[in-house]
Design a binder for this molecule. Structure first.
Ligand code: PPS
Length: 357
């Protein structure tokens, strides 16, 4: 009986103590803690199965101001240190960056660039996921805030070219790049409405990302830039502006251009990278870059991370791959409001990305 009383008192005290600490934490810190716990215990899949994942989803966003003054929004406090590290990342002359706002065709361009740079050799490293062949610069292991992407790239063999994925806005790219050092940047933009839909479904299926809320709530946050990675507008417009005066270093294209003329884009990107391809090589790359082919290919369809937070039953990574899917989600009023905002933000930019083909 005595043991039982002591045990009950200890447990109650521990519970009350933990609750006080939990309540005194900022929401973003609680969220970061939850994500760490989910990853550390490897229980993402279990949470999906039990339906608990929605309850545990991240709710807050972290407004981050980098040491160079650039502001953006992160979903985890642990990412801040990695963003700072990215600013100091040392580039090599032959580095190729594939930069995008999320859900704009990054993976598609990664596949294209990989094959161009490897002379359309579809067997080379084919069993490695594309995500390992082309590291994502700002990948963070949030359980201990380690900059996995940067570390991998720093250890990259000296005699092997580095192809690097990034979602960083121009203002947060490594200082080396911003000060004009040599390297190549391929930027892919996608029409802002399809990005929003694709990003919404990515939030729906990935429990490690902030809770998207309803479609209308998500669209509202996306429109106001109150979203992980910040607003679409300055991201795209800054790279577009830089492209105007630095065409040797930056190639700017769109998802819609890739949809319209994939072979033309393969040739344009290979010219930009100084690679000469035969017609046969162009055909091979074309066939390996179709939506159908990439959806089936385990190295490009993200199936290797299916149980690590992504629930493919809710939505696939390779979801639809279309231009104009936004029409299935935007109401007439939402579309009118977004068009008005879009007109204001994009006026005088000279950038015209079609919303349908
Ligand atoms: S991420 O998570 O930011 O890296 O995502 P990202 O790769 O930029 O974008 C994913 C969307 O790109 C579509 N996709 C393609 N569309 C057409 N053809 C090919 N080959 C292709 N590969 C990827 C993918 O389906 C996502 O768009 P949605 O609209 O969600 O289908």
């Amino acid at each position: 009986m005595q043991v039982f009383i002591i045990l009950s008192i200890s447990l109650t005290t521990a519970f009350l103590y933990a609750r006080t600490i939990w309540k005194s934490m900022r929401l973003i810190d609680r969220d970061s803690f939850k994500v760490k716990l989910i990853i550390k215990l490897g229980i993402a899949h279990l949470l999906h199965v039990t339906g608990l994942s929605e309850t545990l989803r991240v709710r807050a966003l972290y407004h981050f101001r980098a040491s160079n003054g650039y502001k953006t929004i992160l979903s985890n406090t642990g990412m801040a240190a990695v963003y700072e590290e990215a600013l100091k990342f040392k580039i090599r002359d032959d580095d190729v960056f594939i930069a995008t706002y999320p859900k704009s065709g990054t993976t598609w361009m990664q596949q294209l660039v990989w094959l161009i740079c490897n002379n359309a050799d579809t067997n080379f490293d084919k069993d490695k996921p594309l995500t390992s062949r082309i590291p994502y610069l700002e990948t963070v292991d949030v359980t201990d805030n380690v900059s996995l992407g940067i570390q991998t790239l720093e250890r990259w063999q000296k005699n092997r070219q580095r192809l690097i994925k990034t979602h960083l806005p121009y203002g947060l790219l490594p200082e080396d790049i911003q000060s004009g050092n040599k390297c190549k940047i391929i930027y892919v933009a996608r029409n802002a409405k399809d990005v929003c839909v694709s990003f919404y479904f990515f939030h729906v299926m990935n429990i490690l990302l902030p809770h998207p809320g309803t479609w209308s709530e998500f669209l509202e946050n996306y429109s106001s830039g109150n979203i992980m990675f910040g607003s679409w507008f300055p991201h795209v417009l800054k790279y577009w502006e830089k492209f105007q005066t630095d065409k040797e270093r930056i190639y700017f294209t769109t998802y819609e251009a890739m949809k319209t003329d994939l072979k033309g884009e393969i040739v344009a990107v290979s010219n930009f990278l100084g690679k000469k391809l035969t017609n046969e090589q162009i055909d091979i790359i074309f066939n390996f870059c179709t939506f159908d082919s990439m959806s089936k290919d385990r190295s490009t369809n993200y199936s290797h991370v299916r149980n690590l937070g992504m629930d493919f039953k809710k939505s696939k990574f390779m979801r639809k791959g279309e231009v104009g899917d936004w029409k299935n989600y935007f109401t007439i009023n939402e579309n009118a409001a977004f068009d008005e905002l879009y007109g204001e933000k994009m006026k005088d930019s000279g950038l015209d990305i079609p919303f349908e083909l």
